[in-house]
Design a protein around this ligand. Structure first.
Ligand code: FAD
Length: 454
């Protein structure tokens, strides 16, 4: 009887412990992906994420086919779909790599209970985080709320395991006659009318092979200058691995060990890069302990923050990159066009929305969720709360980025601005929609109210 590997945010065949475990069983292996937009609490993917998923799944399907493994696609509530497929193929076991979001964990627990009750073996593995969230705790057993001691504790824990190779021997005799499965196009992940994805197609190649290439290129190139150049948008100063990590086309174990190998040659860059992987861990551990991170202020005292009624004209100007502040607008347009934005500019655009426009961070989080190819349910709300001042180890409330000074400092020669704002040179560029000094003062007044609350 076959073993089913249920793929989720781990769209790769190398360093995939669930796939390795299935191969070890010497039974036919069937891969499954369920597009779940129905289970309670599961957040439907944004548009850019769906575009990525389509191409990443296509790449995975081809890679699995090379190893004789069929990928079955389904659309529906995971519990019903997994149970159904297991019945149709007569599987004796189901394996998967763990997820850490609240609703995802509930679904996985339900699926496990239901399969186990039917005598089907279930096993899950650690594959998308370097450290399991329940392993990293303060001496009192609490989750960490400050990054530096968190990362110190991670580095003192048993080191992340070595990456696993692609299983060599996979039993090829899976028979899918009579099994219900969708074609890739039936998942309807791509935009049709209008097709807004041309900028995404120009910027990215989803899939494991290109993830590996991006990792190798980064380690051959920008890692050496990463510590200094990572703050300069518009240059290839960072790894651009975020969507590949988001979809699990490469694992943090692969990135971690690749970096460790480079320790001699590029120590400063390696330390900085590993610490960024640390922020990714911190965001996910925070989500594990606070599953409603995308909807509720992590600091409860922040609930008293006096957000004024939203002015739709200001929100739209921000979304469309028409605020009249070049770094904000260049960032928002880079995001819309390519599905990605440089980290420095994410911080500036988020600060501008929440502080100068006094728009609730949840509005910004939702926009990023829909437009980022790397949007994930931990990093996105975590970083929005970090900027807004409501999250763990947040930037202090009085830190309001000045977008003009930030532009002068991080894009002094207008390179990034020109690359993203067509009308920058023609003089048709809009005037600022708000006064920076006045809005900053208003924000600080509003923040006074929550300043000393927990
Ligand atoms: P690099 O500098 O090369 O970093 C390497 C990897 O470390 C990244 O690929 C990413 O996986 C991780 N990383 C780096 N910084 C962070 C961080 N602050 N938090 C979590 N992980 C980090 N990142 C996402 O992956 N998904 C999101 O939805 C997301 N939303 C964000 C929203 C806001 C408002 C802000 C300020 C930041 C957000 N980030 C998010 C974090 C960060 O901006 C991106 O991870 C980074 O820009 C990706 O580019 P890179 O791969 O070249 O990064």
């Amino acid at each position: 009887a076959p073993v089913v590997v249920w793929f989720r945010d781990d769209l790769r065949i190398a360093d995939n412990p669930a796939l390795c475990a299935a191969a070890d069983q010497r039974a036919p292996v069937i891969a499954l992906y369920v597009l779940d937009e129905e289970s309670s609490g599961i957040r439907p993917l944004g548009g850019a994420a769906k575009w990525w998923l389509h191409h990443s799944l296509s790449a995975l399907q081809a890679d699995l086919a090379d190893h004789g493994i069929p990928l079955v696609l389904r659309h529906g509530a995971a519990l019903a779909e997994v149970v159904d497929i297991v019945g149709q193929v007569g599987a004796r076991a189901v394996v998967w790599n763990r997820r850490y979001g609240g609703p995802e964990r509930s679904v996985d627990t339900e699926v496990k209970a239901s399969l186990s009750a039917a005598g089907i073996e279930v096993e899950s593995f650690a594959a998308s985080l370097l450290f399991e969230p329940w392993m990293i705790r303060t001496r009192n057993g609490d989750p960490y709320s400050v990054f530096a001691p968190f990362w110190k504790a991670c580095n003192a824990a048993p080191p992340p395991r070595l990456p696993l190779s692609v299983p060599e021997r996979i039993n090829r005799s899976a028979d899918l006659t009579g099994v219900t499965r969708l074609e890739m196009d039936e998942l309807a992940l791509l935009p049709k009318h209008p097709d807004w994805a041309s900028g995404l197609r120009a910027a990215w190649r989803p899939g494991e092979a290109s993830a590996q290439r991006a990792l190798a290129d980064f380690f051959d190139g920008s890692l050496r200058t990463y510590a200094s150049d990572r703050e300069i948008p518009g240059t290839p100063g960072t790894s651009r691995l975020s969507p590949h990590l988001r979809w699990g086309e490469i694992s943090p174990f692969q990135a971690w060990h690749a970096a460790k190998v480079m320790r001699q040659e590029a120590s400063e860059g390696v330390r900085a890069f590993l610490s960024e992987l640390g922020w990714r861990e911190f965001a996910w551990h925070t989500l594990f302990h606070s599953p409603d991170l995308a909807t509720a202020n992590w600091r409860p005292g922040f609930d008293a923050f006096p957000w004024p009624a939203i002015r739709p004209d200001l929100l739209t100007a921000w979304q469309e990159g028409r605020t009249g502040f070049r770094l904000v607008d260049a960032g928002m347009r880079e995001l819309w066009r390519t599905g990605w934005m440089h980290n420095r500019v994410r911080m500036v655009t988020a600060s501008f929305l929440t502080k100068n426009l006094l728009v609730d961070w949840r509005e910004g989080e939702r926009w990023f969720w829909d437009t980022l190819v790397d949007a994930d349910s931990a990093s996105n709300p975590f970083n929005w709360q970090w900027v807004a001042g409501s999250g763990p180890d947040s930037s202090p409330y009085f830190r309001v980025f000045n977008p003009e000074l930030q532009a002068a400092k991080f894009d002094p020669a207008d390179r990034y601005t020109r690359a993203n704002i067509e009308e920058w040179r023609t003089g048709e560029y809009p005037d600022p929609i708000v006064d920076l000094r006045e809005t900053r003062a208003n924000a600080l007044d509003a923040y006074e109210i929550v300043r000393n609350r927990p």
